[in-house]
Write a protein that binds this ligand. Sequence first.
Ligand code: ADP
Length: 605
Amino acid sequence: MFKNKRLSIILINIAVIIVAILVFRSVAANMSSKKIPYNKFVEMLNKKQVKKVVIQNDKIIIMPKKGTKEEKSILYTGAINNDKLVDLLEKSGAEYSQNVSESNPLITFLIYGVFPIFIILIAARFLFGAMDKKMGGGIMSFGKNTAKLYAESQTGKTFNDVAGQEEAKESLEEIVDFLHNPKKYTEIGAKLPKGALLVGPPGTGKTLLAKAVAGEAKVPFFSLSGSDFVEMFVGMGASRVRDLFSQAEQKAPCIVFIDEIDAIGKSRDASMNSNDEREQTLNQLLSEMDGFDSSKGVVILAATNRPEILDKALLRPGRFDRTVIVDKPDLKGREAILRVHSKSVKMDSTISLEDIAKSTVGAVGADLANIVNEAALLAVKNNRKVVCQEDLDEAVEVIIAGKEKKDRIMSPREKRIVAFHEVGHALVTALLDHTDPVHKITIVPRTMGALGYTMQLPTEEKYLVSKEEMLDQITVMLGGRSAEEIEFGSISTGASNDIERATESARSMVSIYGMTDKFDMMALESVKNRYLDGRPVLNCSETTATEIDNETLNIIKQCHNKAKDILDTNRDLLTRIAEKLLDKETLNADEFMSFIEHRNDNPEL
Ligand code: ADP
């Protein structure tokens, strides 16, 4: 009936209470009484039929004697100012008294004192309850933390669910063992670890690892984000920290996981605009970590992707004294993660997860989980019962470049430009020595903006990149625009992303990797936020900065010329592959390589 369910509950409650009061009052007021005229009362007195009389302000209550007609009821009549009444009462022999309250004082107190307060309290509770919900926690729960308590069965994760993070798992296994059997450690006199800091880029599985520790140790798991502590009101965060620790101690042994700890753990002196609330919260966290007794088995795990901004006090022994690096997975790691996630997905037996791992350099666990899921969705879309390699390949491309945009209509000329641009990249790749082989060339536009792209597939995982490789990579990036210049004699906006990446690489060769003669091994830029965007920060004078720009430009010019040379000498090959690509829209590695091999057989072509 009411749109607002809560309002209707309030109204029903109030109605029930009002009815209850009325019933109560009517019982108290003796509903069985009967009114009689005053002369009848006088008559009854005269006839000595009255047992007891109670005189009140405005009425007289009469209790008749037994054996009279009205013996079963209580009678009353209006009080009249009658001087002779007392004489009459005396003569009748009735027992009489004045001003006795009509009901029990306790009942009166309940009705007039307690009930209204009760109603106000109920109404307030409902109203604040409604506001609480709207404000997401607020009024009634000020200072209470919003930690979610997952029981052991709910985390349900084990180390088997975390792949490709073997070192991290190894460091955390000790904590699991300690939670299982704290005595083993305390007996020998060892101090138990209070906390560990999980450091790594987003999506590498830090939360997953923390849950797995709780799952392995079969202990409850409290999880909270750093930003949950920091509220608008000063002191709130600190009280939440206190609350969290007192809850955790009650549930010990347990794991407390604080995600994004940098939200509260930011270095206190680093920023100009200090934040009282954050500092107070941090201080409280520090003192709670010092204060709690680790032998009880509370382990604090915290995650961050900006370890460099954390306050040093957080990292000192006795607090988060262990740092567990959870880095981006390598080739083997990526394959293992894909395997973990494909367990629950029906896969064709011929699928090579290794190939997928190879084509996803730099992907983190969350990306890989997403790729497997995307492949399963594609299989359903294509009416397949199992996921096949094609779905996985397509999923990788969807994650990297977005979905195919088949309805985008490009003019034939634009299509031609894109085809030459992509073949430019591919041909330079194939003809240089220090590059990864071409995996696929396509001119099917994608939703994320690419009009076409060339995919390379590394044959092995590389941890070091040589100067030659870097130069060749830059040359490949500039190959697209070079092909446009050679074929059309004009240039387009299509190379903006190539230019950006090529410049970034060339610049880091000069300023970070010390790969130029001019600056030798001088560090001119340093990388901040290693686990986030890795943006370099310049630490040299302005004059040097100008020279860095000049050196960068030199590298780019040199690579651009090299790309143009290669394409110029292989112009015929460029045209033939581009025509084929225009025709087929996508060329796979074999189709592309057959052109290259054919050229080697017939050098005059
Ligand atoms: P983080 O906390 O580091 O940002 P999460 O732990 O929230 O990352 O990871 C998000 C999801 O990505 C996980 O739920 C899991 O499905 C997947 N994932 C990430 N890393 C791994 C890994 N090493 N092994 C298996 N799955 C992973």
